[in-house]
Design a protein around this ligand. Structure first.
Ligand code: UDP
Length: 316
């Protein structure tokens, strides 16, 4: 049993953050969840608030946080293209100023800090599957740039704080992650398809649906993040985290229809600008560094759990 720590999770009331807070509490830690509740929701953490080891700080990470902690997980930023493009300048500020504030905090407290970066740093990748050594193919002036370039800039600062100030930094690059507690209006593909299938309305496949993604169930991602934080101080990353099983978006739509038993149909919609054609993580490095970590939950099982969640929460 590792000793109990005081841990800050920014974006802790969001989809992934709330699962991470729950896991850290189960492991016996004290958890400070910082969230401005812009896309996160207090509902995601209601069940944690009875714990004396849990506290919600309602705060935006672009404002400096004055807390004393041992570890910081930075998850603060909307991750759905629909949400992060709604206010791109705010997204950039969250990614850049937020990371800067948290790096300063880590420096002050001598805390270990883990950045949840993203597969978006690879842009529309010309190398497939994506390895950490690939520098990416990002449009710096496109509609996704506020997120992609914001996350790239944050990675740069993480490495400069390590080199310049000796801060114990870690960068994980998260690929598409899904599961219970996604918002019905999140806008990402899995929640959209499930909600549409349950409502019996057309599943909106953007483009011809031949673009690919590789989907990781949230429990597998949380396990990887906890293991990444526990690595020795010299492990800086970047480390890809995700499930390498790759599917076309059309396959995902058909799977969702089959698993929900929905009679809904597929309706094609225009492909958004700069939508990556393909995405699949190479997770060999994670496997080596994170004690043999590999995703355990296949897409069908994860989709069933997520469908159950949306059904239980009354999405119709
Ligand atoms: N997509 C889709 N229908 C939707 C939402 C998304 O076909 O209702 C497609 C989108 O164009 C992209 C893929 O699904 O090719 C994954 O999109 P998502 O927004 O989930 O995340 P991304 O990986 O693009 O950040």
């Amino acid at each position: 049993m590792t000793s109990a720590k005081k841990i800050l999770v920014t974006g802790g009331a969001g989809f992934l953050g709330s699962h991470l807070c729950e896991r850290l509490l189960l492991d016996g830690h004290e958890v400070l969840c910082a969230d401005d509740l812009s896309t996160g929701s207090e509902k995601n953490i209601t069940h944690l608030q009875s714990s004396p080891r849990f506290r919600l700080l309602r705060q935006d990470v672009t404002l400096a946080l004055d807390v004393e902690v041992d570890e910081i997980y930075n998850l603060a930023c909307p991750a759905s293209p629909v949400h992060y493009q709604a206010d791109p300048l705010r997204t950039m500020r969250t990614n850049v100023i937020g990371a800067l504030n948290l790096l300063e905090l880590a420096r002050k407290c001598n805390a270990v800090i883990l950045q949840t970066s993203t597969s978006e740093v690879y842009g529309d990748p010309s190398v497939h599957p994506q390895l950490e050594t690939y520098w990416g193919n990002v449009n710096p002036i496109g509609v996704r740039a506020c997120y992609d370039e914001g996350k790239r800039c944050a990675e740069t600062m993480f490495f400069d704080y390590r080199r310049q100030h000796g801060v114990r930094t870690k960068v994980a690059r998260l690929f598409n992650t899904y599961g219970p507690k996604m918002r019905p209006d999140d806008g990402r593909v899995i929640s959209n398809f499930i909600v549409q299938a349950l409502r019996g309305v057309d599943l909106t496949v953007y483009g011809d649906g031949s673009q690919t993604r590789s989907f990781c169930y949230v429990d597998d991602m949380v396990e990887a993040l906890v293991r990444m934080m526990a690595t020795s101080d010299d492990v800086a990353g970047p480390v890809n985290l995700g499930n390498p099983d790759e599917f076309t978006i059309l396959e995902l739509a058909l799977k969702t229809l089959a698993l929900t038993g929905s009679l809904a149909r597929i309706a094609h919609r225009p492909l958004p600008d700069d939508d990556p054609r393909q995405r699949q993580p190479n997770i060999a490095l994670a496997h080596t560094l994170l004690q043999g970590w590999a995703p355990q939950i296949p897409l069908d099982d994860g989709l069933r759990k997520t469908i159950d969640y949306f059904q239980d929460t009354g999405v119709k």
